[in-house]
Ligand binder design. Structure first.
Ligand code: THU
Length: 160
């Protein structure tokens, strides 16, 4: 029997320590919470995606009375970006969430379905997507989506 440890490396920053492009993307994600349609959970999420060409797409969660029909902010933003620019890799993603009128103190972490969708984009372009998870106390930075979804199922899994 062999035991293996799979690590996820997270860099933890104060917002002020981030560089200008990171701050800008987080601020775009924060702005988007005001556009969320979240009457059921009242959990307002914003996501912003920066492409290699510098273009930014930002989006929010969109809920539905038939609950599973709604979609998280990350997937709305990523699908939107990929639909507009199918040939341009994504460089960075930022996520922020607001509930009861305040941004979360601890960084918001994307759900499993979003991680799977984000990974598809990372694999599709063979380019790491830097992930920034915003909290008022600190910001998590993860170098790529693969680290958020270890032992993942991806396109190469289909050919094993
Ligand atoms: N949600 C997101 O948009 N992103 C996340 O990372 C976690 C959850 C949304 C889905 C739903 O509209 C609400 O937040 C509560 O789960």
């Amino acid at each position: 029997m062999i035991k293996k440890t799979i690590e996820t490396n997270v860099s933890i920053y104060n917002f002020e320590e981030l560089d200008e492009s990171q701050k800008r993307l987080i601020n775009k994600a924060k702005e988007q919470v005001n556009k969320a349609y979240a009457p059921y959970s009242e959990f307002h999420v914003g996501a912003a995606v920066e492409l290699e060409n510098g273009e930014i797409f930002a989006a929010s969660n969109q809920e539905n009375s038939a609950y599973p029909s709604g979609l998280c902010a990350e997937r709305v933003a990523m699908f939107f970006a990929n639909a507009q620019y199918p040939d341009i890799p994504v460089r960075m993603l930022a996520i922020a969430a607001l509930t009861s009128g305040s941004f979360l103190a601890e960084p918001i972490t994307p759900c499993g379905s979003c991680r799977q969708v984000l990974l598809e984009t990372e694999m599709r372009f063979e380019k790491n997507i830097k992930v920034l998870l915003y909290g008022t106390n600190h910001v998590f930075e993860i170098d790529n989506v693969k680290q958020l979804l270890t032992l993942c199922f991806e396109k190469n899994s289909l050919n094993r």
